[in-house]
Each structure stands twice: as C-alpha cells, then as structure tokens.
Design a protein. Structure first.
Length: 324
C-alpha cells in the first residue's frame, strides 16, 4: 500500500515538474523566432532560411529573423546555436560542413549529434566539376589525363578547411589516382576570380554558386558529383557515369534546434517547414538555384547525419588529414 502511494506521489511530482514545459510548448510561439545561419548571406543555406522563414512566419504569426553568423569554417554560428536556450525561439540551418568538422577540429565545443535536436532534412546541393575553359578537356577522364600530364598546373580550388568542396576534392584525388595541389579560399566568391583567370584549373563547387558561371560560358562543367544527374544541368554526366564508380559528394543539411528543445516544438517546426518546402513557389525558387528540396521526419534527418559522419570519417582517415 505504501509502495503504491509512493509511486503515485512520484508520478504526480513528475507531471507537475513537466507542466511548465508542456504549457510553454503548447503556447509556442509567442515572440519572434531566430534562425542562425553559420555562413554569409547569399549561399544555399541562407537562401533556404530566408525563403522558408518567410513562409513559417506567416503561418505561425510571429516574425522570423535570419541571423548570419559566418566564420571559423561555419563553427562560429553552430557554436552559438548549440549554446542557445532550448525553447524553440532560436533554431539554425546547417550545411555539409556540419558533419565534417567533428573530424577536423579538436575542440569544437559541440557535437553534431549530441548538441542538437534534428528538425528536418531540407536540401541537397550537388557539386559541379568546373574547369578553366582553356583546358582542352571535355569529359572527366580527359580532365584526369590532363592533370596527370600537367602536375604543376593541377591546382584545385577549395572553399577552405572542412568545406564540402575540400572533401569532394580529396575524394576525387583518391578516386582518380592523380596528384593535385589544393588551394583554399574563403568561399566561392573568393575562389571564382582565380578559376576564371586560369590560376586554378578546377573547382568542385556547389551548383548554386557556380551555375551562373557555367551558363555564362566562363567555366566548363565536365561532371556533377551526385549519383544522379541534376535537373539544373541535365546534359552534364555524373562522375560515376564517367568511370569514378560510387563517387558521391554533395553538401546537404537542414534545420536543427539546441539539444533539449521540447519534442512538441520540434514536431511543430517539422510540420511547418515540411509544409513550406512543398509550396510550388518555394520549390521553384530553390530549384532555380540548383537546390534539391528534401523533407521528412526528425528521425530521417538524424539518420542522415549519422551516415554522413561515417562517410566523412573514412574519407578524412584515408586522406590522412589531421585535426587542428
């Protein structure tokens, strides 16, 4: 009898302890929501944050503010997100470096799985093998042959340490069996002038960043990095089609909340963002930038993060890249 009374008392105490959290989650949102973007304005995740933010602002009835926090290979903004209150009023969107930086930096201050609640997987951005157009290569095998014949000129631009572009270049180095010099830049806008001027030979860049240069004839696209061709460049074959079997690199990502954010709020955000991603005007705007729209449950995104961590761990170990 005493045991039953004790159990009832403990259960009642647990409900009372949860009551403020549940009430807060049910009332959410009652004030503006902030989306942290750990990258400068103009890139893929910034575009997604702004387009989706406008839609969920209208449906939730609260302002949604995009807060760009670039720096430190996207670690600066991600660190701010990890340390924000888990109340649903600060969320963030991350790209491919989120699942790479764990292996490149010794003291991140956050963990890609433990420090966050996945909300929704939003996007895949294919990468494009873009070359200086004076190089006499029309296909990926021809590019590999040219690089082997001209090792001193085989300079490959990247977007700096931890970027998807750097990892894609390392995967290319291993798959093609050719040596090359990786030249880091602070993002696509900094790398493009040297590619257009022939000071670098190749840049495996996000399609959203390089597409205007391809369409303008300033660079030549010889391959895309994903296993399927992209609708934005349907005539450009994949690296896999051209002999680099299994080559699959991209930058993907989605929305996250700080660890401990109530499940009810995460589920509400998931429903709101999924609804926004299905809107024709949202899809049209994102797809025009080469962004392949995704969606799904928080569990789907958690599974993707786990599989990506395993993939990039193997690449970084094989490339013998040491953490800073």
């Amino acid at each position: 009898m005493q045991r039953k009374t004790l159990l009832k008392t403990l259960a009642a105490s647990a409900v009372l302890a949860l009551a403020p959290t549940l009430a807060s989650a049910q009332a959410w949102p009652t004030r503006p929501i902030k989306i942290i973007v750990p990258a400068p304005p103009g890139g893929a995740i910034d575009l997604i944050a702004r387009v989706v933010g406008d839609k969920i602002s209208a449906s939730l009835g609260q302002p949604v503010i995009v807060d760009n926090r670039p720096g430190a290979s996207n670690n600066l903004g991600t660190d701010v997100l990890a340390k924000s209150p888990p109340d649903g009023y600060t969320i963030g969107i991350v790209g491919g470096s989120h699942n790479i930086n764990k292996f490149l930096f010794k003291n991140l201050g956050w963990d890609p799985e433990k420090s966050f609640e996945p909300i929704v997987y939003t996007h895949v951005v294919p990468l494009v093998f873009a070359i200086y157009p004076q190089i006499p290569a029309k296909t990926l095998p021809e590019l590999v042959a040219w690089m082997k014949a001209h090792p001193a000129d085989a300079k490959v631009a990247t977007s700096g340490r931890g970027s998807a572009q750097e990892m894609a270049a390392e995967m290319f180095r291993m798959a093609a069996g050719t040596d090359m010099l990786l030249v880091p830049y602070k993002g696509s806008s900094a790398a493009h002038p040297d590619l257009l001027g022939g000071r670098t030979a190749l840049y495996i860049d996000t399609i959203s960043a390089i597409l205007p240069q391809v369409k303008g004839g300033n660079v030549r696209a010889v391959a895309v990095s994903t296993l399927k061709r992209t609708a934005a460049l349907p005539d450009v074959p994949t690296a896999d089609e051209q002999g680099l079997k299994g080559y699959d690199a991209n930058t993907n990502g989605g929305f996250l909340a700080p660890a401990g954010t109530p499940k009810a709020i995460v589920d509400k955000l998931n429903a709101e963002i999924n609804a926004a991603l299905k809107l024709p005007d949202v899809r049209t705007k994102l797809e025009a930038a080469g962004i392949e729209v995704q969606g799904g449950t928080p569990q789907d995104y958690a599974a993707l993060i786990k599989s990506d961590l395993a993939k990039w761990a193997k690449v970084i170990k094989a490339a013998n890249i040491q953490p800073d």
